[in-house]
Design a protein around this ligand. Structure first.
Ligand code: ATP
Length: 257
């Protein structure tokens, strides 16, 4: 049985009066990819922001590599080995591709290892090497996603938090990026927590999954088993039953079986 690298215990976070996540408990096992599925506004981004210290939770605790990191400053959390790839990438548009990557490594002193990591990300994404002297703002959306993931690797993380890498990308580019994410996990042993609306891609890439609805976890299981569940097929994989019966089932309340 793998160890939990990250655990959230009964975490609640809010924006003023709006409770965005309530009583969220989840674990990410060392060496695995875990995913949180959920539709718009379910609270996926809030979970990641709460883990990385951008938002302080109102309740609950977060343990990373055996240490309580609840509400710690994001800079400290990064130094402990946790990198966050935010939704919308947030690359520095006026810095070159190379300088964006080096921003990821700026707290590191192990220069040789940084140089090896730079070579590794250029091998995963050769287009970044080709364009290393160009401003990041000139890259396409998909290339900026590659850059954001690569910048996270340059921080030398044990765990990467990945917020909707498929956002705004074509199906082909989404597949390509997911393939590299899985390789990063398998080849480098980096643990990954991925939040996604694209359930199909996420359930194929990840080992373990959680379903988030209105800020609460309503289901968890291995991704292999989640793919076989009726509610997941219907509501997340779009495999509606045909005809009137299917229509009735579609309208009925989800009961997460
Ligand atoms: N800065 C904010 N101020 C107020 N409410 C917010 C803020 N950010 C998010 N929310 C609310 O918190 C809830 C959860 O939002 P969150 O962004 O975490 O969801 P999400 O699952 O990541 O959605 P999406 O897939 O659309 O990015 C939503 O009801 C949202 O409206």
């Amino acid at each position: 049985m793998a160890d939990a690298m990250l655990s959230l215990n009964n975490v609640e976070s809010a924006y003023g009066p709006i409770k965005a996540i309530r009583g969220v408990s989840l674990s990410v096992m060392k060496g695995q990819i875990a995913t949180v599925l959920g539709s718009n506004g379910a609270g996926k981004t809030t979970i990641l922001k709460t883990i990385s210290g951008i938002i302080d939770p109102r309740k609950g605790s977060i343990v990373f590599r055996g240490e309580d990191i609840t509400a710690l400053d994001p800079t400290y959390v990064v130094k402990r080995g946790l990198s966050h790839v935010p939704e919308g990438r947030e690359v520095f548009p006026l810095l070159t591709v190379h300088d964006n990557l080096m921003m990821g490594a700026y707290t590191r002193r192990d220069r040789d290892a940084v140089a090896r990591d730079l070579e590794a990300v250029y091998a995963y994404f050769p287009i970044l090497k080709e364009r290393e002297k160009q401003d990041a703002g000139l890259l396409s959306g998909g290339q900026q996603q590659m850059l954001a993931i690569s910048r996270a690797i340059l921080a030398g993380p044990e765990l990467i938090l990945l917020d909707e890498p498929s956002l705004g990308l074509s199906p082909k580019l989404t597949r390509d990026i997911f393939e590299i994410v899985v390789r990063i996990n398998r080849e480098r042993g980096t643990t990954i927590l991925l939040v996604e609306q694209n359930a199909n891609m996420a359930l194929n890439a990840a080992d373990h999954g959680y379903v988030l609805e209105n800020g609460r976890i309503v289901m968890e299981d291995t991704c292999e088993r989640l793919r076989e569940k009726d509610d997941i097929k219907e509501f997340y994989l779009g495999m509606k039953e045909a005809g009137a019966r299917g229509e009735r089932r579609w309208k009925k309340k989800k009961n997460w079986r």
